[in-house]
Ligand binder design. Sequence first.
Ligand SMILES: NC(=O)c1ccc[n+]([C@@H]2O[C@H](COP(=O)([O-])OP(=O)(O)OC[C@H]3O[C@@H](n4cnc5c(N)ncnc54)[C@H](O)[C@@H]3O)[C@@H](O)[C@H]2O)c1
Ligand SMILES: [Zn+2]
Ligand SMILES: [Zn+2]
Length: 338
Amino acid sequence: MKQIICLEPGKFEHREVSNPIAEAGMVILKIKRIGICGTDLHAFEGTQPFFSYPRVLGHELACEIAEIGSTDTHYKTGDPVTIIPYFNCGTCIACRNGKPNCCTTIEVAGVHIDGGMGEYMKVPAYSLIDGFGLNTDQLAMVEPMAIGAHAVRISEIKKNEYVLITGAGPIGLGIMAIAKLRGAIVLAMDVNNERLEFAKTNFNVDYTLNALENPAEQISKITNGEMATVVIDATGNKRAIEGGLEFLAHGGRMTLVGIQKESFSFNHPEFHKRETTLRSSRNATREDFDLVVENIRNGKLNVSALISHRVPFDALLELFPQLLNPQMGVIKAIVELD
Ligand SMILES: NC(=O)c1ccc[n+]([C@@H]2O[C@H](COP(=O)([O-])OP(=O)(O)OC[C@H]3O[C@@H](n4cnc5c(N)ncnc54)[C@H](O)[C@@H]3O)[C@@H](O)[C@H]2O)c1
Ligand SMILES: [Zn+2]
Ligand SMILES: [Zn+2]
């Protein structure tokens, strides 16, 4: 089968490898679509921390079941599926407490172990998500949207509360869309006006704010001086993370979804006086994937709008560097097979 491997930063290679074989408990997937995400771009650029090469990238997958190893399952060959690409041990403290998304020895496909950038991929049967009723484009968007569903769920977002989401990339847009489904009043903030416009047009956010145009004053006006009861960072930007506290209501919750390599700090009196709840949000769990699939299926979540660029599998080597260019206006690029 054909596969694309990232040999080292900046270097992809097409290669021919033997097809995977389905042992007990494993399933072979035929890959139809591969969403490209920031992780893949950073891996290619060499700016992804803790990344080892060579690596087959790709974890946002639309697939069809090609073969099932001996296992007790309702799936059959040809079924449309996607996967939870975070493989977990099942026995560590986090797994035992129902948090496989932060397993102590987590292996994310396309990051810690090889992913799906090829014609076929072998995965454990427990990672399958039933994609019945979803087309291949929608299936490839489930994983990034599930990241948003997780952040919204653990932030315990309620109807009619003011939620500020900073960063209108694919991750932030997913959070905005799911927060809207929960009935929140969503304030979208970014420094990129095009992306803010996109959030308004496609995900119906209630307010858009440019982070460079005195957002504290605008948020105060919108919320009657009370500020947002939930602030979610989807930028990973250190200044944005540290500055987020200023926009948080007393008694509010702050959730960090964006990833930052360095330490960050808050002014303690500002943090204390609000009795701030601070949490991070890592990956997603099955219930988050299920919520996303259900809402795509019933037409409440229009994820196809996120797809801004399409790349045929055979042209990826040539076109990938262009996807890194901010001028291209990429929101989500997907790789197409057959
Ligand atoms: N929690 C998780 O499990 C998880 C999963 C995937 C990605 N991530 C992280 O989520 C973050 C967002 O991912 P993405 O793919 O949407 O990235 P992206 O780069 O496409 O989007 C980030 C957005 O933030 C905006 N931004 C940057 N600095 C800002 C600032 N100071 N103020 C306001 N806006 C600012 C940018 O203009 C951009 O639109 C990244 O840090 C990524 O690593 C986390
Ligand atoms: Zn991703
Ligand atoms: Zn574990």
